[in-house]
Every structure is written in structure tokens, then in C-alpha cells.
Design a protein around this ligand. Structure first.
Ligand code: FES
Length: 154
């Protein structure tokens, strides 16, 4: 993807009209992640049925516009997927679905990926289910961000 310097119309749309804002009562999995550097926090709720398919996803984000847009898109992408398929909703996938993010905002999409993982982790622990590639959530995604930067050579 070429270098993006502005918010795409999709980002603006999901920021001004976010989908799936709110909570799910008795959610199958709930995950909260934060980034200590910017202070933004995201909470993700997943409703998962007996077939291990995500039936509903909602979020609450206390954060910047890009964090709101990425949470909104992440909930849209994760709905209807099996818990294993939900692992494919990475920050890259979310960014692609939003037609990119400015590079200074890439970490916001990482918050969305990590919030999904944290909610899946909660679900997997409660139900004694193994989801391939899923790791325990970190409290501060700042550390993950450093790791991600190292990997992508940013
Ligand atoms: Fe913190 Fe966007 S600036 S998540």
C-alpha cells in the first residue's frame, strides 16, 4: 500500500458514523487494551455461538478518531467469522479495509487487533478452547507496537 498522509473517506465515514458502538450483556468474550503512550483505551465485546462463530461484536473506545474508525471496521470484519478466522482480522486487514491510515496512526489499528485478541482470549479461557496463534493479551500495546515496528522495519 502506498504511503497515506490523509484520512480516507472510509476512515472519515467510520469515525463520524461508527458501527457497533456499545456493549454486549453477558458477552462470550470481553477484551480491554490500552496504549500508555497516547492514553487511548479500547474495549471489545464478542458474542460467540456454540459453533464458535462470532455472531455480534461491539466496542467502546476512548481514543482518537483513527482508533474509533479502526474499532468500527474491526467489529464489522469480525462478525460472521469463526473464532479461528477472526485471527485474520489483523491491524493490516483493518487498515486495508479502511483504504489505509497515515503512518503516524498505524498504532491505532494495532489497538483494534489487540482488542479482538484480548476478547478472543477471554472467550478461549472461559470455554477451554485453543485458538491457533492466539497469545495472552498485553496490558499496554506500546510494547507490541515496538515489536511490530521492529518486524516491519519502520
Ligand atoms: Fe492513540 Fe490513536 S492516538 S490510538
Amino acid at each position: 500500500m502506498s504511503q497515506v498522509t490523509e484520512y480516507s473517506s472510509k476512515v472519515m465515514d467510520h469515525f463520524s458514523n461508527p458501527r457497533n458502538v456499545g456493549e454486549i450483556e453477558n458477552a462470550s468474550g470481553v477484551g480491554t487494551v490500552g496504549n500508555a503512550k497516547c492514553g487511548d483505551i479500547m474495549r471489545m465485546y464478542l458474542d460467540i455461538d456454540d459453533e464458535q462463530v462470532v455472531r455480534d461484536a461491539k466496542f467502546k473506545t476512548f481514543g482518537c478518531g483513527a482508533a474509533i474508525a479502526t474499532s468500527s471496521m474491526a467489529t464489522e470484519l469480525v462478525k460472521g467469522k469463526s473464532v479461528q478466522e477472526a485471527m485474520s482480522v489483523t491491524n493490516k486487514a483493518v487498515m486495508e479495509a479502511l483504504d489505509g491510515l497515515p503512518s503516524v496512526k498505524v498504532h491505532c489499528s494495532l489497538l483494534a487487533e489487540q482488542a479482538i485478541h484480548a476478547a478472543l482470549w477471554d472467550y478461549s479461557q472461559k470455554n477451554d478452547i485453543t485458538i491457533e496463534g492466539l497469545k495472552p493479551p498485553v496490558n499496554d500495546i506500546d510494547e507490541t507496537e515496538e515489536f511490530y515496528k521492529m518486524q516491519s522495519g519502520e
